[in-house]
Structures are given as structure tokens and as C-alpha cells.
Design a protein around this ligand. Structure first.
Ligand SMILES: [Zn+2]
Ligand SMILES: [Zn+2]
Length: 146
């Protein structure tokens, strides 16, 4: 577990009713950044016992819509959720194992928003995904049939 989450304050701040399932999902996502839905469901069950897939899906959808969670879906990956919202940070994704890590925007500047040609648009967001191989995978011996 990484730190503690004041889930009640977050839910109230988003004008959402505070429920045990919402609190459990929030704390599971805080504890497992970029987790997929299965991981979140296991974490929620470990904390608060039986809960249906559908209930967790519903909570994830509600919390994402309220801006308390961010959903990312790298190409070829299942949807993943994180509690770090509002800073539009980027992600680096391992091509081999699918590990996702955060990449901060360049501080004090937004070079990624300086499009070479803005086509007359007012641009306020750039979606960047870095692809590569994570440290674990790059040091793992390559097997022929992998
Ligand atoms: Zn990897
Ligand atoms: Zn992230």
C-alpha cells in the first residue's frame, strides 16, 4: 500500500455518495497504479470480501466520469486505471510485459503541445505514449519462442 487515501473527502468533493465499494475501489487503485480491472477486483475482494465484477466495473465507470480516476488504454492493452488525475502526465509502456510507468510533462513548459502545424486549432492537450522495454524485460534472457 502506498500512503492512505481520504476516499470520503474525494467522493464528497466530487458530489458522489460515499459507499463502501467506492471507497474500496479508490483505495485499490491508489495502491495499484495502472492496474487492470482484474487486479482491482482482486484487491477490492481482498479488502472487503465478495463483490461482483459488475459492481466494480460500475464503480470504476462512475469514478472515472467524476474525474477521480483516469482510465488509460494503451494500444493492445486492457483498460487500466490510476488515481493520479489532473496533471495529464504521460505513460511509458513495456512492449514485452505491458508494465506502465508515469512520465511527467516537462516542467514549466509544454513542448509536446507545440505542434509543428496546429492547422488553426487551439490545442490544449497532447496524448503521448512512450513505448519501449522495461528494465526487467531488457535484462531477462531472450528465449527463442517467447
Ligand atoms: Zn516489461
Ligand atoms: Zn499514470
Amino acid at each position: 500500500m502506498q500512503g492512505t487515501v481520504d476516499g470520503e473527502a474525494l467522493l464528497r468533493g466530487a458530489s458522489l455518495r460515499v459507499t463502501r465499494q467506492r471507497l474500496a475501489v479508490l483505495s485499490a487503485v491508489h495502491a495499484h497504479p495502472h492496474a487492470d480491472t482484474d487486479t482491482i477486483i482482486s484487491a477490492v475482494r481482498a479488502e472487503s470480501g465478495a463483490v461482483s465484477h459488475q459492481a466494480v466495473y460500475d464503480v470504476l465507470r462512475a469514478l472515472t466520469a467524476a474525474g477521480l480516476l483516469r482510465r488509460i488504454e494503451p494500444q493492445g492493452s486492457v483498460p487500466r486505471y490510476e488515481a493520479r488525475v489532473g496533471d495529464n502526465h504521460h505513460h511509458v509502456v513495456c512492449r514485452t510485459c505491458g508494465l506502465v510507468a508515469d512520465v511527467d510533462c516537462a516542467v514549466g513548459d509544454t513542448p509536446c503541445l507545440t505542434a509543428s502545424d496546429d492547422n488553426g486549432f487551439v490545442i490544449d492537450e497532447a496524448e503521448v505514449v512512450y513505448w519501449g522495454v522495461c528494465p526487467d524485460c531488457s535484462t531477462r534472457p531472450v528465449t527463442e519462442n517467447a
